[in-house]
Design a protein around this ligand. Sequence first.
Ligand SMILES: C[S@@+](CC[C@H](N)C(=O)[O-])C[C@H]1O[C@@H](n2cnc3c(N)ncnc32)[C@H](O)[C@@H]1O
Length: 268
Amino acid sequence: MKDPWSAVAPGYLEHWVPRFRPFLLEAVDALAARPLGPGPLAVPGCGPGEEVLALRRRLPDREVVAMDPSRPMLELLRARVAGDPRVRVVEGAAEDLPAHVAGAGALSCFTLQLLERPLDALTAWARALAPGAPLVVLFWPRQPPDSAWGRLRPAIEAEAGAWRDDWEPGTRAGLGGRGLALIDDRPVRAPMRHPSPEAAWDRLVDAGSLQGLARRVAPDVLARCRARWLADHRLTLDPAGAGAGDDHGSWVHTPEARLWVLRSEGSG
Ligand SMILES: C[S@@+](CC[C@H](N)C(=O)[O-])C[C@H]1O[C@@H](n2cnc3c(N)ncnc32)[C@H](O)[C@@H]1O
């Protein structure tokens, strides 16, 4: 499979979705807390659709238009929402959400940071909405350099060259020019646990966001990135957590996602 997200779809659902759930639920709450006009809700970049299921539970009367470019991701979603007539599944890139498809609001989780032109995607998502409707966006910003995920960048850059620039400040600065008002902007933090540091790296590669890197560089380069990160991973061993209702592992960190709530000030 040439698309990395399609290749990792089942592993992403099994490994990462349970770990991302606390973040996704906070984003769903943020959308549900806004005044919502009539019409469906859109979920661009839905992947296997954990947030789609959560939205359906939270707002049972709403239709949800769920969109993703990856067929394997959408197959997982279809199986999870089988028989729910209020979920419409659409194949398409996140930026291609059709204008005016979702009157009431939109929610996009952990997709913005993957896109080439995040500001264009936000503008397209806002165009899908009725004027004034909320657009809730959860994404992974650049992580603090002394954190477990913050150590990924230097480990990878030392072996594989420069990673992507920090797109967030430019995107934030451009919102006003696209008629988008940022009405809430806050971090979302939750502890995340892994069985071992090795598993934490390996699942990023075989089930997550480092699959793209794995396809771009030679295996020996990838192995050296892994060794560098493992030498300075900053995960903390906390055996007490396992068995206390969290069986995801004993190695813990607290990554920081960012939640934006935007409102389109234009004509929609
Ligand atoms: C990290 S997953 C997030 C899935 C889900 N929203 C969640 O939070 O669990 C990123 C998703 O973005 C999708 N995606 C949408 N548009 C994309 C694009 N233009 N380029 C890359 N990935 C895109 C991928 O197919 C993948 O399902």
